[in-house]
Design a protein around this ligand. Structure first.
Ligand code: THU
Ligand code: ZN
Length: 296
């Protein structure tokens, strides 16, 4: 079992802890598939909602809140039945806007795994306004059930009345919708190929700046992040932040970073190069590889 779970596992009921320990191996990044979840429900003899609430300390153990020391854990349950954990991530000594919230981490975790609909979000503290707005960008976002300890589940509509969202800007295919933009770029560099592919899966209906970041660690593993825009603009999630939270969920450290590539579309109204370089500079003394590609 990974060290970061030692404290949280002791907070769980014994049968659940025993069943969970084999899953918390070195590869564990907070993804539990539908079959494993059913098995945990059976073993724990809890309802699924009770189980998900009980798993929140495990999700919170994925956090890296180096400024606040405030551990937030979230779980997104997708239509597939799989669950995806996420946790907050703060950049030590840097501006607070670099922060990734637990809900954003869990949602992006599900999206990067190809999920097209989220049904439930379970979180250990009430979602902040910025997260409510971020969730409202998702497919059927206003209907997503929010579960909090000690509260009846309520749809996002309850937490975000009079919502402003993609429809107000005439966007009909919200975040998580299936879509793929093709780019014409010839490269035999696997990291660039991966980044171009991920940029094609990104969500940029307000600027058309389809973009992705791939981080390579010194052992050759890669962690990607896609750009996810928001109708209210500021709650948009940068691909670099998404890639870093992915890296952290995998229990990796920023000091392991070896190479970082940003791909973005030449047809975009904006560029994320400066914002990405700014974040990269804060975590590693590496030059950003920035490649602009043409849609095909
Ligand atoms: N935080 C979340 O992760 N989700 C919320 O909705 C509430 C706030 C995090 C952000 C920051 O890392 C810390 O909690 C303090 O605000
Ligand atoms: Zn939040």
């Amino acid at each position: 079992m990974q060290n970061r779970f030692i404290d949280s596992i002791t907070q769980l009921p014994k049968p659940l802890a025993t069943a969970l320990i084999p899953l918390l191996n070195d590869d564990f990044c907070g993804h539990i598939d539908a079959n494993q979840l059913t098995e945990l429900v059976n073993i724990s003899q809890m309802t699924e909602e009770e189980l998900l609430l009980s798993l929140l300390p495990i999700a919170a153990a994925l956090a890296k809140p180096s400024i606040s020391e405030f551990y937030v854990g979230a779980i997104a349950k997708a239509e597939s039945g799989d669950i995806y954990m996420g946790a907050n991530f703060e950049l030590s000594s840097e501006a607070l806007f670099h922060t990734v919230h637990a809900e954003q981490s869990a949602i992006s975790h599900a999206w990067l795994n190809g999920e097209q609909k989220i049904i439930d979000i379970v979180v250990n503290f009430s979602p902040c306004g910025h997260c409510r707005q971020f969730i409202n960008e998702l497919v059927s976002g206003i209907d997503i059930n929010i579960h909090l300890p000690g509260q009846q589940p309520q749809q996002l509509a309850h937490y975000l009345p009079y919502a402003f969202g993609p429809k107000d800007l005439q966007v009909t295919k919200p975040l998580l919708s299936k879509s793929h933009i093709e780019f014409s770029l010839q490269s035999d560099d696997p990291m660039i190929i991966e980044a171009v592919d991920q940029a094609g899966l990104s969500y940029a209906p307000y600027t058309q700046n389809y973009a992705a970041v791939v981080i390579e660690t010194k052992d050759g593993k890669t962690y990607c992040g896609r750009y996810a825009e928001n109708a209210a603009f500021n709650p948009s999630m940068m691909p670099m932040q998404m890639a870093l939270s992915n890296l952290i969920r995998h229990n990796r450290d920023c000091s392991d970073i070896n190479r970082v590539v940003l791909i973005e579309s030449s047809a975009g109204k904006i560029s994320l190069a400066n914002a990405t370089m700014d974040t990269l500079q804060a975590v590693a003394a590496i030059e950003l590889e920035h490649i602009v590609v043409d849609p095909s």
